[in-house]
Ligand binder design. Structure first.
Ligand SMILES: Nc1ncnc2c1ncn2[C@@H]1O[C@H](COP(=O)(O)OP(=O)(O)OP(=O)(O)O)[C@@H](O)[C@H]1O
Ligand SMILES: [Mg+2]
Length: 341
């Protein structure tokens, strides 16, 4: 009775996204857990994010994924279990099957942790499939991944940027660098502190980034933010300039572009010609930086394709793989761990 319940999971540094076969994306929340007195879980997901930078010292807000890999195995497992106990995910009675996406340029041990996370949990999975994240992104972007055609996929997320060349359903080259939206937020905090003697939180920095950041210098704009004066220790409101935001994030955008250039230099010529024809596919939440595509085109001479749902392309790709029989070959099984045999 009842058909299998099939789920897709994208565990990001900033957000956790879960797809359910037949239902679509059912979860897109912050990948955070709030723990009181080192023991009791008091909130998770978006609710834990609400508490971020507002909680007293005995409440710890933990993000179990760092730099694209699982840094807190136990908290990640607790968090997943909590999500899978939600009614919209629990619904149905069939066995559970999972498709989980993993960054390509990480170690085998780091990849296996994504598998073990589910295999050793009490979620009771019948089957666990792995999908390389750049492949998931390309499928989500509706690109012909199985064709003999080079695709340059760039995902700028929260902690990482993954730059990959795809052809014939596989990954030809991939590089994961530790630069993403969080690094830009940190740079903005530091810039504001240095220039205005103002201490701001990371949520304020993020809002300055979303509203004022541009990869190409624009006419000056300002935004008022609340912070704490470094000298007096008192709360003050100050207008922050877009020029300062531009100067603060510039070197990190350059790092991303340098890495794209390195991958391009290593790309086999037959695939390079496809990339010159089709341009770069830019996804991930941080691809939303204003004028980033213009800067990348200026520096690489390649056109840039953007997506409106940039932070969801990977989970949408997993969803398509789950729903379409002919895309099944893009997912693979991981061998059992020794201690599981
Ligand atoms: N409009 C925007 N402009 C700039 N940055 C944005 C915008 N919207 C979201 N971001 C940034 O996107 C990031 C989240 O993107 P995404 O959901 O792709 O990350 P993730 O998958 O959790 O992280 P990762 O892939 O690094 O593990 C955050 O750093 C957020 O600040
Ligand atoms: Mg991501």
């Amino acid at each position: 009775m009842g058909s299998d319940r099939i789920f897709g999971i994208d565990l990001g540094t900033s957000n956790i996204k879960i797809y359910k076969k037949g239902d679509g994306i059912v979860i897109d929340e912050k990948n955070l857990i709030a723990i009181e007195n080192k023991k009791k879980i008091i909130a998770y997901g978006d609710e834990a994010y609400e508490m971020y930078e507002k909680a007293p010292d005995n409440i710890e807000i933990i993000g179990p994924v760092k730099n694209g890999v699982i840094a807190g195995f136990r908290s990640m497992q607790q968090l997943l279990t909590l999500f899978f106990n939600k009614p919209e995910l629990k619904k149905g009675i069939g066995a559970k099957e999972f498709y989980i996406c993993v960054p390509t340029d990480i170690t085998d041990v780091e990849k296996r942790a994504f598998y073990d996370l589910i295999a050793s949990s009490n979620i009771k999975a019948k089957k666990i499939h792995i999908v390389e994240k750049p492949i998931a992104d390309a499928v989500g972007a509706d690109l012909p991944v199985n064709a003999a055609n080079g695709i340059l996929m760039v995902n700028i997320g929260a902690d990482t940027t993954e730059i990959s060349i795809i052809s014939l359903g596989g990954i030809v080259l991939s590089k994961l660098i530790k630069v993403g939206g969080n690094r830009l937020d940190e740079a903005i905090c530091q810039g504001v502190k240095k220039n205005y003697n103002l201490i701001i939180g990371s949520k304020t920095a993020q809002s300055l980034k979303v509203n004022l950041a541009s990869a190409i210098k624009q006419e000056e704009q300002t935004m008022k933010v609340m912070g704490r004066d470094l000298v007096t220790g008192l709360p003050v409101e100050l207008a922050v300039s877009s020029n300062l935001i531009y100067e603060s994030i510039k070197e990190y955008l350059d790092t991303i572009i340098d890495s794209i250039k390195i991958i391009l230099e290593r790309t086999p010529p037959e695939l390079s010609s496809d990339i010159i024809d089709n341009g770069i596919y830019l996804t991930g939440g941080s691809s939303g930086i204003h004028e980033l595509a213009t800067l990348i085109t200026k520096e690489t001479d390649l056109s840039v394709n953007l997506f409106t749902n940039a932070s969801q392309t990977a989970i949408e790709g997993i969803g398509k793989i789950i729903e379409n029989e002919e895309l099944q070959s893009l997912a693979y099984a991981m061998k059992q761990t020794i201690y599981n045999v």
